[in-house]
Write a protein that binds this ligand. Structure first.
Ligand SMILES: Nc1ncnc2c1ncn2[C@@H]1O[C@H](COP(=O)(O)OP(=O)(O)OP(=O)(O)O)[C@@H](O)[C@H]1O
Ligand SMILES: [Mg+2]
Length: 242
């Protein structure tokens, strides 16, 4: 398989809002692809279109060589939502097990490993509603990994997480990618972007530019990614966008 994610001329319009406005994108196996853009640029909408939670206005999505929506592909895909999708009255372990069960794949040794990774082993019996925001965030990541997915879609996974654990998450993302898992990670934190293999700058539902962090800086003749983003955004507006 040459590409794990293939997006063609994808549009999602909500009335006059073009949340996703003609995106073409492909992601290779084992790649970490970063979706970067300000609030409202369409990152969450794009991710929801990818796994079929939203129906496109037009265009197509192919995941793991299957045209979406496709239930079998969902069982191989992990999705960490931006807003918590946890069951507050279940414990940490029960939440993780529940997600694994939904995909028909409970491997207790793996669930222990995942709990270790997110540093929640000693809180595995705590009810989710008693956790702090960051601990809930870690539980959400654990749930998205519960069924050993081949493709991981992470919508701002490190928001609310302390710097030390954030570094741990990123080294784990890299480890997953080395083992062949493909990751799409949305963020507006530019220093995280450096850790992605490739980035897509999003603005107003469009991809402004794509490339590695250093390619994007070079292309925009910018010192930082923030500066590069702004230059691409200005260039795009001068290019006739309203
Ligand atoms: N269900 C909906 N109905 C109407 N408009 C929507 C809907 N979902 C998203 N939008 C609009 O689409 C645009 C893109 O939203 P989206 O949530 O994809 O942005 P985002 O890049 O994820 O932003 P953030 O960084 O704040 O999470 C916004 O203008 C948003 O208000
Ligand atoms: Mg979002």
């Amino acid at each position: 398989m040459d590409t794990v994610v293939e997006i063609r001329e994808l549009h999602k319009h909500f009335g006059v809002i073009r949340a996703v406005d003609g995106i073409n994108l492909s992601v290779k196996p084992g790649e970490i692809y970063g979706l970067l853009g300000p609030n409202g640029s369409g990152k969450t909408t794009l991710i929801r279109l990818l796994i079929g939670l939203l129906e496109p206005t037009s265009g197509s999505v192919t995941l793991l060589a299957q045209a979406m929506p496709d239930k079998a592909v969902l069982a191989q895909t992990g999705y960490m939502t931006q807003a918590s999708a946890l069951y507050e009255d279940l414990t940490v372990r029960e939440n993780i097990t529940f997600f694994a069960e939904m995909c028909g794949r409970i491997d207790r040794a793996w669930i222990d490993e995942v709990l270790e990774l997110v540093e929640l082993k000693d809180r595995s019996r705590s009810l989710v509603r008693t956790l702090s925001g960051g601990l809930k965030q870690r539980t959400s990541l654990a749930c998205s990994l519960a069924h050993k997915p081949r493709l991981l879609l992470l919508d701002e996974p490190t928001v609310g997480i302390d710097p030390q654990l954030r570094a741990t998450f990123w080294s784990y993302f890299r480890q997953l990618a080395s083992s062949g898992v493909t990751l799409i990670v949305s963020s507006h934190v530019m220093d995280e972007a450096e850790r992605c293999d490739r980035l897509g700058f999003m603005r107003l539902g469009k991809l402004l530019a794509e490339g590695s962090a250093s390619e994007l800086r070079d292309q925009a003749n910018a010192r930082t990614l923030e500066e590069a983003f702004l230059r691409f955004a200005v260039g795009n507006m001068e290019g006739g966008e309203g």
